[in-house]
Design a protein around this ligand. Structure first.
Ligand code: ZN
Length: 251
């Protein structure tokens, strides 16, 4: 058996024993994978500048994984997204999207599109795209690819086209009209028509067109609050990177 190569986006890195590093990375074919980079603390040559979160790399994996852990023999840097790293808000938006993509990598048939979509988001952020708009738009898009796309067109309770005032039902995963508000159980968030329209558009547009959307600050905040609560409901926890984004946005 020979070693194999895979494109990867680095998600997380931890020290592992004296000399090794444990690397969490996203791949197009296998979703989120963990691997050991042997002697990575010493061997700068085999992993030259590779082991940084959000780097796009090519990893060479050993033919014999140990249990769930791959052996990473060496890495080659493809794109460090260095412009994105010079702007903390872009970096924070990238970190949130990468963490979400890692969490959503379970449906095997969607891992390739999740990888591509995260890569597109990082490229747009690196190219100067506005994190205020790219974060909610790509967050929603990744949720859709992971099978959690909210339903925006018809009321989730009565099935009719909803008229304002609108609400978003976390447990029903979509829009609810005001007359159904009390009948639908679970937490409910107000949804302004502007945010409703933006999120509908973001979910329908192909990823390469998402940079055209503009989320003004109030719509950005309402969208992100909704997406944060909705993803917590499905993932069972908050993404750790949200606090980084919130710190950078308030600061
Ligand atoms: Zn209704």
């Amino acid at each position: 058996m020979t070693s194999r190569q895979t494109p990867a986006i680095v998600l997380q890195i931890r020290d592992y024993g004296e000399a090794d590093r444990l690397v969490n990375f996203l791949t197009p074919d296998g979703g989120r994978v963990s691997g050991i980079a042997k002697h990575a603390k010493k061997s700068k040559r085999r992993f030259a500048n590779c082991l940084e979160p959000l780097n796009r790399v090519i990893f060479q994996l050993s033919p014999r994984p140990r249990g769930d852990l791959e052996f990473i023999q060496q890495g080659e840097l493809v794109n460090p997204f260095s412009h994105l790293r010079r702007d903390l808000r872009r970096l924070a938006a990238g970190a949130v999207l990468a963490e979400l993509a890692g969490e959503l990598s379970a449906p095997v048939e969607a891992t390739g599109s999740i990888f591509q979509t995260l890569n597109q988001a990082l490229e747009l952020l690196d190219g100067g795209g506005a994190p205020d708009s790219l974060l909610p738009a790509f967050f929603l898009h990744l949720l859709k690819l992971g099978g959690y796309g909210p339903r925006w067109r018809d009321c989730r309770q009565c099935g009719r086209e909803p008229a304002p005032p609108l609400y978003f039902s976390i447990s029903k995963g979509g829009v609810v009209c005001s007359s159904c508000r009390n009948a639908a159980a679970g937490p409910m968030l107000p949804l302004t028509p502007g945010v409703w329209k933006l999120l509908r558009l973001a979910q329908d547009l192909p990823p390469e067109k998402l940079h055209r959307l503009r989320f003004p600050p109030s719509q950005r905040d309402q969208s992100l609050a909704l997406l944060q609560k909705f993803s917590r409901h499905h993932l069972g926890r908050d993404l750790k990177s949200w606090s980084f984004w919130e710190k950078m946005t308030r600061g």
